[in-house]
Design a protein. Structure first.
Length: 433
């Protein structure tokens, strides 16, 4: 029997963030992770000297970046240029990402250039929350007139959110994410595993215990309050507060009688988003200028992350190619499409190949802000005192890793608010009045 004030199930970005803030607040904290290493989908794999993330990763100017800076992470890396190309009808054409490229691109008519220039000038000040309750397609079709300008916005917003579901996505959060991306993104030296390494160091410094290779099989509760985390090997962790950073379906499975709690509604409304990802390390690039490419008439994105970050010990160029998936998934066809994109952008790439990694079905997020969502998940599970959820799916408007860090902090804030109320019952009564 182990006893802690806060037990965090899952050692990814959300779990480590929650654990650090709990420990900084003076709570005895443990992180329980089923894998033999921490990080979840933020780990980096080193293959033949190249650092591969689990799919294309970029750090935006959002909650995660602010959180990591607040915690003192070094975040070594650089901001890449946004100059790029678009794939339209099998050809590479200049993307209008700045004044010069806007004037010279052949993607747009003069009328389209004027409309796009107008939007780029005012987009940074757009009140995106006005569009939280409409779909992305409704926003694009209702606000943009030139057909190619619409196509470009679909491509930009798909890339910013990693989601190819414009009829389902709530427009506001995605538009805000595009605002963040226009401020520049950060590619990290040695991949996102460097973030995990730093978070682990900070957690250990604050006394967090990390229990790896320990699979949780049940969250036990009695009389409306949490009691234990039960692990497969028989380990019991008693805790007053338990934070679940598992996906909604797994969280539902772990909690006894979850059907009678909000976990059931959160699981039922969740829509998982996936992508097929091909990462390659190349000795050299046949087309050095072609390093950043949007698919305009296909759900493809390519980026040479080595142009801004140290991702290979021997100087190889590490390129990530992503296909954002819908309901239909075909691993062989998806790989063919990804390789075909490389053939177009970097012809002869196979002759320069050092290492590669293909992930046919990587989870981007276990839920997102979509038009069918009826319940806002977390941070507290109202029917079970002391039980909380966090993770990219427990979003209150944030996307991707921003949702992971924001939801983790919400869970800790909820814990601290509850304990303050318990210590000061007169304050609670005064607030109610």
């Amino acid at each position: 029997m182990l006893k802690y004030e806060v037990a965090v199930v899952g050692g990814g970005v959300a779990g480590l963030t929650a654990a650090i803030y709990a420990a900084k607040a003076g709570k005895q904290t443990i992180v329980i992770e089923k894998q033999d290493r921490l990080g979840g989908r933020a780990v980096s794999n080193k293959i033949k000297g190249a650092y591969f993330n689990l799919g294309g990763h970029a750090l935006y100017h959002g909650d995660a970046l602010a959180t990591f800076r607040e915690l003192g992470l070094r975040l070594q890396g650089n901001q890449p240029s946004i100059d790029g190309y678009g794939i339209w009808k099998g050809k590479l054409l200049t993307m209008p990402m700045g004044f010069k490229s806007l004037l010279t691109t052949s993607l747009l008519s003069w009328k389209g250039k004027v409309e796009l220039a107008s939007w780029l000038a005012k987009f940074g000040k757009l009140d995106t929350h006005r569009y939280d309750q409409i779909s992305l397609r409704d926003w694009i079709e209702g606000n943009l007139h030139d057909p190619m300008v619409r196509n470009l916005f679909y491509a930009l917003l798909r890339t910013a959110s990693y989601v190819a579901a414009p009829d389902m996505q709530a427009a506001g959060p995605v538009l805000q994410q595009l605002q963040h991306s226009l401020q520049g993104v950060l590619y990290l030296d040695r991949g996102w595993g460097a973030i995990i390494d730093e978070l682990r160091e900070i957690a250990a410094k604050h006394g967090v215990r990390m229990l790896t290779s320990s699979k949780v099989v049940a969250i036990e509760h009695r009389d409306g309050a949490v009691q234990h985390v039960r692990c497969e090997d028989g380990t019991l962790v008693e805790a007053k507060h338990i934070i679940l950073t598992a996906p909604p379906a797994v969280a539902h499975q772990l909690v006894l009688n979850a059907e009678a709690t909000a976990l059931h509604a959160w699981r039922e409304q969740a829509i998982e988003i996936t992508a097929a990802c091909l990462d390659v390390a190349l000795r050299r690039l046949s087309k050095p200028k072609q390093q950043f490419v949007y698919g305009i008439d296909q759900t493809i994105f390519l980026s040479n992350q080595s142009r801004a970050a140290y991702l290979s010990d021997d100087g190889a160029q590490v390129i990530s190619v992503i296909k954002y998936q819908g309901e239909e998934k075909n691993p062989d066809k998806d790989l063919h499409d990804l390789e075909q994109t490389l053939d177009l952008v970097q012809p002869g790439w196979r002759d320069e190949l050092v290492a590669k990694q293909y992930l046919p079905h990587i989870t981007v997020c276990h839920d997102f802000l979509h038009m069918r969502r009826q319940h806002q998940p977390g941070p507290a599970v109202p029917e079970i005192s002391g039980l909380y959820v966090a993770g990219e799916w427990a979003s209150h408007g944030e996307l991707l890793v921003d949702a992971a860090t924001a939801s983790a902090k919400r869970a800790i804030q909820c814990i601290l608010a509850r304990e303050y109320t318990e210590r000061k019952p007169e304050n609670a009564n005064r607030n109610i009045v």
